[in-house]
Design a protein around this ligand. Structure first.
Ligand SMILES: Cc1cc2nc3c(=O)[nH]c(=O)nc-3n(C[C@H](O)[C@H](O)[C@H](O)COP(=O)(O)OP(=O)(O)OC[C@H]3O[C@@H](n4cnc5c(N)ncnc54)[C@H](O)[C@@H]3O)c2cc1C
Ligand SMILES: *[C@@H]1O[C@H](CO)[C@@H](O)[C@H](O)[C@H]1NC(C)=O
Ligand SMILES: *[C@@H]1O[C@H](CO)[C@@H](O)[C@H](O)[C@H]1NC(C)=O
Ligand SMILES: *[C@@H]1O[C@H](CO)[C@@H](O)[C@H](O)[C@H]1NC(C)=O
Ligand SMILES: *[C@@H]1O[C@H](CO)[C@@H](O)[C@H](O)[C@H]1NC(C)=O
Ligand SMILES: *[C@@H]1O[C@H](CO)[C@@H](O)[C@H](O)[C@H]1NC(C)=O
Ligand SMILES: *[C@@H]1O[C@H](CO)[C@@H](O)[C@H](O)[C@H]1NC(C)=O
Ligand SMILES: *[C@@H]1O[C@H](CO)[C@@H](O)[C@H](O)[C@H]1NC(C)=O
Ligand SMILES: *[C@@H]1O[C@H](CO)[C@@H](O)[C@H](O)[C@H]1NC(C)=O
Length: 527
């Protein structure tokens, strides 16, 4: 790691370490001092630090438990290139740029950065799909078309909830009212999984209706409907590292890798950060931990977070999205098709979407295919041994391709996001019954402790662009505070009493709603 900082050396240099054998917590006057402690070096943390640097605020520290920059933008080596014998890089986490942008319209900042760093990527063609069930190939693409048609009604219905300040419901209810009732039709279930669960990592039952649709509109209609798959062999996080190098020098002492935050003591005077081997006393802190980390009490807060904050953390949800990679010694599937959808006769979401990387524009002739599971199926496979998962997937492939010999793979791997202590899940999804008001409570600061990350984005939760926008917003906010450029107390809008719905006049930038989700996509409130 080019940016490696020897944490222990750094701490001893600054007399901020716990002497060997001593269990004593360091006294505050022994802590390393900084203006702003940025907790996490994912997209939100790095973007917040860049916003500070852009405003010439340079007295900050970035504290990160991993030994790399990027957080949930994370890759690994998998299999080998049959020709060169070099291992492939595959993404365990974020993989697509979702919603690119159109001429004259706003551009997804992640797409801007993907272009800036020349990330190799290829358009994911969702029409390049073949459909299967337990008896092999069966063309039910018409069912995919039927879902699309109903979805056109569903998104308008969500628009009425928004503009009428009506009571929200679940995506399941929204689909049902529009006439989509898959019940035990496993092809309809597969089509629905492909269109909904693969994006949100949760079921329509678990997903909030209104904000599920606004999220889709703001990314895929405001920017564009394209998803581009990043297969760059440096890893997708090359863009995050690239951005960090715009303000961090090699071996910059402001980046503390391998440093785990254990507790945060916060007040109107500042924030004291205790790590596994030291402490930092900051005027302000920006926590970019995932909702999963916050829900699992992986970091303790002193005083405990107020009730309005805890309730918001407890209600927002993390989905789990697990990519299971297979490399074979030959491709027994059509190498010119990108997606293979499988409808299991019994279990919805059982090894449902297989994606080939061996075709043109991807890891060509790699003979790599991966299958994605989410939600309960992700928890199930993450709890069982590799061997069992590998065999289950092979059995599915054998029923999809009955005429083909499906051999043992030459390489097999999958990450276990639900166990990863850096995140405890993959990305957030808007649950049933959460209003914009309550979501604002997830975003809002408590005293001098600020929050940012994909989940604090009301408009792009779950996506990289959510982490980017929120990182920038909180960075700019803290700049105003430290530079006395504001008469504000620093307290962001929060709702200690909730109302069950969110009035149209509350769809404002202060509540995390800078753009409209309605067809004109104008700036400002929905009104
Ligand atoms: C499997 C998967 C697939 C995805 N696919 C896509 C996709 O295709 N497109 C897309 O746009 N988005 C996708 N996402 C979502 C995307 O990865 C996230 O939205 C984004 O990376 C979140 O950035 P963040 O900065 O908010 O959080 P993180 O990246 O989680 O950054 C937070 C950082 O805090 C660190 N941290 C946590 N706890 C501590 C602690 N106690 N002490 C110190 N540091 C700590 C973590 O290690 C991490 O580096 C995917 C995510 C996953 C997991
Ligand atoms: C972080 O820890 C890992 C594993 O213990 C080690 O290999 C690596 O060198 C460390 N990196 C830094 C920057 O300290
Ligand atoms: C910082 O400034 C650079 C150069 O203008 C810009 O590209 C980048 O987006 C800015 N970063 C943030 C977080 O605003
Ligand atoms: C996507 O795939 C479909 C079906 O194979 C094909 O007709 C179409 O031309 C492809 N689109 C692009 C942009 O490659
Ligand atoms: C989403 O976009 C569609 C199509 O433009 C629109 O009809 C609908 O009202 C929008 N829904 C929401 C909730 O913004
Ligand atoms: C990007 O793709 C080009 C063309 O296929 C290839 O030559 C190059 O090595 C790739 N770069 C990376 C970093 O993957
Ligand atoms: C800001 O909110 C905090 C609680 O998060 C409270 O203690 C403080 O008094 C508030 N400050 C002002 C000026 O309202
Ligand atoms: C902001 O105001 C505080 C208190 O009034 C003062 O101590 C500090 O120096 C000021 N900071 C800047 C950057 O002007
Ligand atoms: C703060 O308030 C004073 C007095 O009302 C005003 O003159 C000044 O412009 C305000 N500053 C900012 C940054 O809003």
């Amino acid at each position: 790691m080019r940016w490696a900082v020897h944490v222990s050396a750094l701490f001893s240099l600054l007399h901020c370490f716990r002497p060997a054998g001593s269990a004593a917590i360091p006294r505050d006057d022994e802590c390393r001092k900084t203006k702003i402690a940025i907790l996490g070096a994912g997209v939100a943390g790095i973007t917040a630090a860049q916003a500070l640097s852009n405003a010439s605020v340079t007295d900050f520290l970035i504290v990160e438990r991993n030994d790399y920059i990027g957080g949930r933008v994370r890759h690994t080596q998998f299999g080998v290139n049959p020709k060169t014998k070099v291992p492939y890089t595959v993404e365990m986490g974020a993989n697509w740029v979702q919603g690119l942008g159109s001429k004259g319209g706003p551009e997804n900042p992640i797409w801007t950065l993907a272009k800036r760093y020349g990330l190799n990527n290829t358009f994911s063609n969702e029409s390049s799909i073949l459909t299967y069930d337990q008896n092999g190939y069966e063309d039910y693409t018409d069912v995919l078309g039927a879902y699309e048609k109903v979805y056109g009604v569903v998104e308008q219905d969500a628009g009425y909830i928004l503009t009428g300040n009506l009571q929200d419901t679940s995506m399941r209810a929204g689909l049902s009212t529009a006439g989509w009732k898959p019940k035990k039709d496993m092809r309809m279930q597969a089509a629905e999984w492909w269109a909904w669960d693969l994006e949100t990592a949760q079921t329509p039952e678990e997903s909030g209706f209104l904000y599920g649709i606004t999220g889709y509109n703001l990314t895929f209609y405001q920017f564009s409907e394209e998803n581009n798959y990043v297969w760059d062999q440096r890893g997708y996080n090359a863009f995050v590292i690239g951005e960090s190098q715009t303000f961090l020098s090699a071996n910059d002492k402001r980046l503390l890798l391998n440093t785990t935050v254990k507790s945060l003591a916060y007040s109107d005077q500042g924030v004291t950060v205790k790590t596994q081997d030291g402490c930092i006393k900051a005027d302000y802190a920006i926590a970019t931990f995932s909702v999963g980390v916050l829900q699992n009490d992986a970091v303790t807060f002193d005083p405990p977070l107020p009730r309005w904050k805890r309730e918001a953390i407890d209600q927002f949800q993390m989905g789990t999205y697990t990519k299971i990679f297979y490399q074979f010694n030959e491709a027994f599937w059509d190498p010119n098709t990108q997606y293979f959808l499988y409808a299991d006769p019994k279990v919805r979401g059982y090894y449902p979407v297989w994606q080939s990387l061996t075709g043109p524009g991807f890891l060509e002739s790699s003979n790599i295919i991966f299958v994605t599971v989410v939600g309960n199926e992700a928890y199930r496979v993450e709890q069982q041994p590799d061997e069992k998962t590998k065999d289950e997937g092979l059995a599915v492939l054998r029923s999809m391709f009955p005429g083909k010999r499906v051999p043992e793979p030459v390489a097999f791997y999958y990450p276990r996001w639900s166990f990863e202590e850096m995140a405890f899940g993959s990305y957030s999804n808007w649950p049933v019954g959460m209003t914009l008001e309550r979501h604002q409570n997830l975003r809002a600061n408590v005293n001098r402790l600020y929050f940012a990350g994909e989940a604090t984005s009301a408009q792009y939760y779950g996506f990289l662009q959510g982490a980017w926008f929120e990182g920038r917003a909180v960075g700019e906010k803290v700049v105003q505070m430290v530079n006395n450029q504001t008469n504000s107390t620093g307290n962001m809008t929060r709702y200690e009493v909730l109302h069950g719905t969110t009035a149209l006049v509350e769809y404002t930038p202060e509540n995390g709603w800078p753009a409209s989700s309605l067809p004109n996509f104008g700036a400002g409130s929905e009104a």
